[in-house]
Design a protein around this ligand. Structure first.
Ligand code: ZN
Ligand code: ZN
Ligand code: ZN
Length: 327
């Protein structure tokens, strides 16, 4: 029986519509391999990119370069681009400014499923340092660390890399999360994410991994089969602070959860992204930073695009069961 489920934070609805006896193996398709040749790889440390790296941000396993084709362009005139303009006497426009980093894992042969704890640690710590850098840029309203694994997830270059989008807007989905969690706080006096993780810890049906500082569970109103969230167990709105103080347990749970997804779904294409506060805000009683992991194993159809309402064929409780079974 299909069921409508509401995202407790944003209020958005999803449809959980289990397809008869759909198992993890049904999502495993022969994935097209793109050429993994190291030769002429634009990101290998012997490529010209390495000379363009931001050497202040070098780490053992990672280096950072500005994206050659930035979605948000660093603006040298600074702070002059906040205002909307009217184009053709009609449309609203605004320059797309901020910055766009590529965080490159040095070893070409690695992929998200093979990163060791040290690589994860370098990735999160370097991201935290870049967030701090963008925070000082007065054009930047928001920084988001994202990762694309596999062609179907949007990765155009096979060499492993993460990206940071530093934008002069607060992205739409973050605005919805901020508004929803603020409303929840006004109604209940609590953080919706803290309540959510307490509920998940009590119910235990969607929890897939846990350590002293973090919890991972499949999300109740999932938009993707096997969508998994990682949250700090104690209220924390600030990813930058956690990237320093909690980098070890964060790296451990990330490695563990990505490993579970990799085993259950045969190294699927996936994205992960960090959600935290806008750069101008340091603290919040109602917002709670987290990581969302979205395996990209089901394509959106016309209804998803037309309605903006997602139909997910894998109930999150079953997904969690499958993930726990792979241990
Ligand atoms: Zn390479
Ligand atoms: Zn909280
Ligand atoms: Zn989120």
């Amino acid at each position: 029986m299909p069921q409508l489920r509401q995202n407790i934070i944003t209020g958005e609805w999803v449809v959980i519509a289990p397809e008869r006896s759909k198992r993890p193996t049904d999502f495993i398709v022969k994935r097209q391999q793109k050429s993994d040749v190291k030769e002429n790889c634009p990101f290998c440390p012997d490529s010209p990119s390495y000379n363009n790296r931001l050497s202040d941000f070098d780490a053992e396993n990672i280096y950072v370069i500005p994206n050659k084709y930035p979605a948000f362009l660093e603006d040298q005139t600074k702070c002059s681009v906040r205002a909307y303009k009217i184009e053709d006497g009609f449309y609203n426009t605004r320059p797309s400014s901020g910055g766009h980093d590529v965080l490159i894992i040095k070893e070409h042969e690695q992929n998200i499923f093979t990163f060791n704890e040290e690589t994860w640690k370098d990735l999160f710590e370097t991201a935290g340092k870049r967030y701090n850098y963008w925070r000082k840029d007065c054009n930047t309203e928001y920084s988001m660390l994202i990762y694309n694994q596999g062609v179907e997830s949007g990765a155009s270059i096979s060499h492993p890399h993460a990206q940071i989008f530093a934008s002069n807007i607060v992205p739409n989905h973050i605005t919805r999360e901020l508004n929803g969690s603020q409303k929840y706080f006004e109604n209940t006096g609590g953080c919706v994410y803290c309540d959510l993780l307490r509920h998940e810890l009590m119910q235990k049906i969607r929890v897939v991994a846990e350590n002293e500082k973090f919890i991972a569970f499949t999300f109740y109103a999932a938009r993707f089969p096997f969508e998994t969230w990682i949250l700090p167990k104690f209220h924390s709105a600030n990813f930058v602070q956690a990237s320093v103080e909690l980098s070890v347990p964060l790296s451990q749970i990330m490695q563990q959860v990505i490993g579970l997804l990799g085993k259950t779904l045969d190294n699927p294409p996936l994205n992960f992204f960090v959600h935290d506060l806008p750069t101008a805000v340091d603290k919040s009683d109602f917002y709670h930073w987290h990581i969302e992991i979205a395996p990209r194993i089901a394509a959106y159809g016309g209804f998803e695009l037309g309605a903006g309402t997602i139909i997910d064929v894998m109930p999150p409780e079953e997904a969690a069961n499958y993930m726990r079974l792979t241990v």
